[in-house]
Ligand binder design. Structure first.
Ligand code: GDP
Ligand code: MG
Length: 435
């Protein structure tokens, strides 16, 4: 029994070899997500140190435990659960976007306008200060029209003048928020930076939001750093997350510039702006979706001690209907019996067979148990011996006597099976798992 419980509750602590093996895969996965290789190296080295000697959680194998640690660390690095927009305490709040041309500034402004109006219930106005292309102004005006949000524009003019006038207009007309759309270039350039600095000086923004095209991958982090170093950003909007990118840019940006990522934008539709979720992002960057789902299921639902004591109980002679009932409750909470059985390494076919048991059957069995007397639940042999009792129980539960018999048989079977298992050694267990 000791051996069995030990096996079922994992292999103790993570060894160098466990960590080394899994880390190779993690490294590959991060590189595939287009995270900068230096960051990958730093990150994995960090996590490696953390992971060594960590306890392996019940229900996970060492590899899964390593992935769990990596995932938790990714989440942590990615920052707080979306921090929301930083509004002025009183009066007009001012936001501006910065970023390369095509990174999604203008689109993001439309989305933010909608978000602010809908979620934060504020009266918002947009300012067209990308003055190098008439098409840029038209684009913002069109977006504003579509949303019913006022766009302040003066055509092609000095951006600084437009921003100054726009601010006055917003104050005079009792707006709560203005968002200024600025010009970007295809690459970072001095004039652009100077103009942005000037606009920032005039606007005194509560937020400077840097839009970064997630599809750019690791290059995005360098761009973000340049903008941040010269202008100072208060947050990042990660755009084009609807593409097939895994979003490694998010990790690189966080590691290189520490700017909080505030929003993820995913699509051409105006309502596709979402608060940033570190958890989701971590999962996307890491890939390994199936394994993460499993790890989450195991770790979120399982009470280690409870499962352990349940298993010990299952293997003892006193296993009875009350235990069975408890076990069902546990299974219900966890969603499926195969998850509980996930604690038990191997078991192949048996796991499959047991996972066929569905909710309806559970309910039916529960009703039968409820129709038993206290003593019958505690001492199953009372039922084994008396067909009268079985008839009474069936009647009370509104089922056939054959159903009660079947329940009795399965309890007997389960007891036998558990007894056999508790007497097995490692070799026999392995053989069973291959069946
Ligand atoms: P700006 O030059 O920084 O203002 O970028 P725009 O907002 O004009 O966007 C450049 C292009 O990217 C446009 O064709 C947008 O429709 C597109 N775009 C912007 N955001 C997204 C997004 O989240 N997903 C997708 N698929 N396309 C986007
Ligand atoms: Mg634009």
């Amino acid at each position: 029994l000791q051996m069995f419980v030990r096996r079922a509750t994992g292999r103790g602590r993570l060894t160098e070899k466990d960590v080394e093996e899994m880390m190779r895969e993690v490294r590959l996965s991060l590189l595939e997500a287009d995270v900068n290789f230096k960051i990958v190296k730093e990150f994995t080295n960090n996590v490696k140190e953390q992971a060594l000697g960590e306890k392996i959680l019940n229900g996970l194998n060492p590899g899964q435990q390593v992935v769990k640690i990596v995932h938790d660390e990714l989440k942590r690095v990615m920052g707080e659960e979306s921090v929301g927009l930083n509004y002025a305490n009183t009066g007009l709040s001012t936001f501006m976007t910065i970023g390369l041309q095509g990174s999604g500034k203008t689109t993001a402004i439309g989305k933010m306008g909608l978000y602010i109006r809908k979620k934060d219930k504020k009266k918002v106005m947009l300012v067209a200060a990308d003055v190098y292309r008439p098409a840029a102004i038209d684009q913002l005006v069109t977006i504003g029209k579509g949303l019913g949000i006022h766009v302040y524009e003066e055509g092609i003019k000095d951006a600084r003048v437009i921003v100054k006038n726009g601010l006055k207009y917003a104050k005079d007309n009792n707006y709560d928020v203005v968002i200024v759309d600025t010009a970007g270039r295809l690459t970072i350039d001095e004039d652009m930076m100077q103009e942005l600095k000037d606009v920032k000086e005039i606007l005194k923004p509560n937020e400077v939001l840097l839009t970064v095209d997630a599809m750019m991958g690791q290059e995005a982090a360098n761009v973000a750093k340049s903008f941040h170093d010269q202008i100072g950003a208060t947050g990042v909007i990660l755009t084009k997350m609807d593409g097939d990118t895994r979003g490694g840019a998010a990790l690189s940006i966080r590691e290189i510039s520490q700017i909080p990522i505030k929003f993820a934008s995913s699509g051409e539709k105006m309502d596709s702006l979402e608060a940033f979720h570190p958890e989701r992002m971590a999962s996307r960057i890491l890939g390994m979706g199936d394994m993460l789902t499993l790890i989450e299921e195991v770790t979120s639902n399982i009470d280690e001690d409870e499962a352990k004591s349940m298993m010990e109980k299952m293997m003892s002679d006193s296993y009875n209907y009350l235990d069975l009932q408890k076990q069902f409750k546990m299974i219900k909470r966890m969603g499926s019996i195969s998850k509980i059985l996930g604690f038990i390494p191997g078991l192949g076919k048996m796991k499959e067979a047991l996972s066929q048991v569905d909710d309806k059957q559970f309910d039916r069995i529960n009703v039968i148990i409820q129709s038993m007397t206290e003593d019958e639940r505690k001492y199953p042999e009372l039922i084994d011996k008396s067909s009268k009792r079985r008839q009474r129980i069936a009647k009370g539960a509104g089922v056939e006597v054959s159903d009660v018999n079947r329940l009795r048989d399965s309890l007997v079977q389960q007891k036998q099976m558990m007894k056999q298992m508790s007497n097995m050694d490692e070799k026999q267990m392995e053989r069973l798992s291959k069946n």
